[in-house]
Write a protein that binds this ligand. Sequence first.
Ligand code: ACK
Length: 217
Amino acid sequence: GQLEEMSLPLYFGWFLLSSIQDKVRCTAMDFLKTLDTLEAFKKHLIDFTGKAEKEVDLEQYFEAKGTLHCTTKFCDYGKAEGAKDYAEKPAVKDFYGSAFELSLSALFVTPRTVGARVSLTEEQLLLWPADAEKEAGSASLPLGSRAHVTLGCAEGVEPVQTGLDLLEILALQQEGHQGELIEEMELGSLTYYGEGRWLLSLREPICSSACFSSFYG
Ligand code: ACK
């Protein structure tokens, strides 16, 4: 029928409830504002500016990228590998349009992106493509490691980079890099992983209602 012939979406994912989007954006902005002022951040400013002594306003540095969501499968209207198989998975069909509770467990900042890590439940992992981490060259990381919400990108950076930046930090952790614990902030503990990579593990994960759906653009 006609439905089957419709092209596949740009991506499938969980779309955060709009009231929670504001809360997440505000939390991220507060974090950027604070990070900006820390001596430890200023010490590594060159990662962001390419020049010592130059100032950076992180709130201006990153551009927001549309509606907040956690991509499960990027389909590129059917052109991406495995797009059709994903769309036909029973779990994808069964859960399409259903509400979920996403847990945002950390915020991370790199010179390219700012994002939130999403910790998926077993049920949510049913909607996670088996090759999402492999595709990004991080086959040894657990399924769902790439799950994130993009909160902003530096000029000229595409949002696909956010998940790759998260995987980079998680790969460092897996290799035994503890990072440098900078300080206990109100929101959680802040760790520096070198090369401008900052991770804030949230003391209280942000819980967000989100609808599993797709985006056509
Ligand atoms: O921030 P994101 O997760 O990164 O959400 C957007 C969304 O699809 C629309 O562009 C993500 N995206 C783009 N290209 C890819 C890709 N090759 N693999 C996985 N996710 C992608 C992007």
